[in-house]
Design a protein around this ligand. Structure first.
Ligand code: NAD
Ligand code: 0WE
Length: 257
């Protein structure tokens, strides 16, 4: 496992102990990194504070990624407390519930705007603010989380698929812009995992079963396996990798039939 001692990171997207971002935060903390963990709003503050207490010397800060001012305040605090930044883990995604329960053709203008804003633009907004802090450290690594619904149709994933397509394209454009400053930008495309974001999704159990049946590894994946891939993308072992979408889905995406 990568040694991240002496490194500073920020992790966005922790809701509870099942969050993929929490698995990544735990791995990064165990690898020696010092972390800023953010929570979306007061509803999730206690959850994140309790989890953060399991990491070494955490900063726990609010950040709704839909608000520029909240992002400005987050990065100002990180700058003041850490004096620089080595990595960003972006695990925020949201579409209004109604958009994931009807046909895609019925997507509302507001649903489209919100899904793209929270799930895709927020990566660009974070990368821009992380940039000067990473330059001070001689480079950095930005990792986001995506899903195969960006490239293939999964019924009900709907506007989230469009948002993930925008997110993955943003990874490539950010990698182009920030590469000259030794800042790498990559995404992990995870297979389905039972998290808060999966609860209430009709047929999620069926999706898990279909993945298990068809994936080359004949099983589902765990958040810890996504975290292991994230450690690779954060750490120096991946120093030649940027603009990449790395699948951690037991190989499901390779299957033709
Ligand atoms: P999760 O519900 O634990 O995490 C989603 C996070 O997004 C939550 O912490 C929530 O607070 C945060 N968020 C939503 N709107 C926000 C806002 N306005 N500001 C700040 N934070 C906001 O679920 P998860 O499955 O761990 O999701 C993490 C990421 O992984 C998401 O990008 C998701 O699309 C992606 N992903 C999930 C799966 C899966 O099957 N669970 C598969 C592939 C990719
Ligand atoms: O990215 C996701 C889900 C993200 C998500 C989840 C919710 C549920 C609650 C975004 N917005 C909301 N809004 C809510 O109100 N995944 C990759 C998990 C997921 O969701 C699906 C999937 C998979 C996989 C929806 C339909 C089909 C498959």
């Amino acid at each position: 496992m990568s040694d991240l001692s002496g490194q500073f990171g920020v992790v966005v997207g922790i809701a509870n102990r099942r969050s993929i971002a929490w698995a990544i935060a735990q791995a990064a903390s165990q690898a020696g990194a010092r972390l800023a963990l953010t929570y979306q709003d007061d509803r999730l503050r206690e959850n994140v504070e309790e989890l953060a207490a399991l990491t070494r010397d955490p900063l726990v800060l609010p950040c709704d990624v839909a608000h520029d001012q909240a992002l400005d305040e987050l990065f100002e605090t990180i700058d003041r407390e850490f004096g620089g930044l080595d990595f960003v883990v972006h695990g925020a995604a949201f579409a209004p519930k109604a958009e994931l329960a009807d046909r895609f053709v019925r997507t509302s203008r507001d649903g489209f705007r919100i899904a793209l804003d929270v799930s895709a633009y927020s990566l660009v907004a974070m990368a821009r603010r992380a940039h000067p802090l990473m330059v001070r450290r001689g480079g950095g690594s930005i990792v986001t989380l995506t899903y195969l619904g960006s490239q293939r149709v999964f019924p009900n994933y709907n506007v989230m698929g469009v948002a993930k397509a925008a997110l993955e394209a943003s990874v490539r454009y950010l990698a182009h812009d920030l590469g000259p400053d030794n800042i790498r930008v990559n995404a992990i495309s995870a297979g389905p995992i039972r998290t808060l974001a999966a609860t209430g999704i009709a047929g999620f159990g069926d999706i898990l079963g279909i993945y298990r049946d068809r994936a080359p590894l004949r099983r589902n994946i765990a958040a810890e396996e996504v975290a292991a891939a994230a450690m690779f993308l954060i750490g120096a072992e991946s120093r030649g990798v940027t603009g990449e979408i790395l699948f951690v889905d037991a190989g499901f995406h390779t299957a033709g039939i």
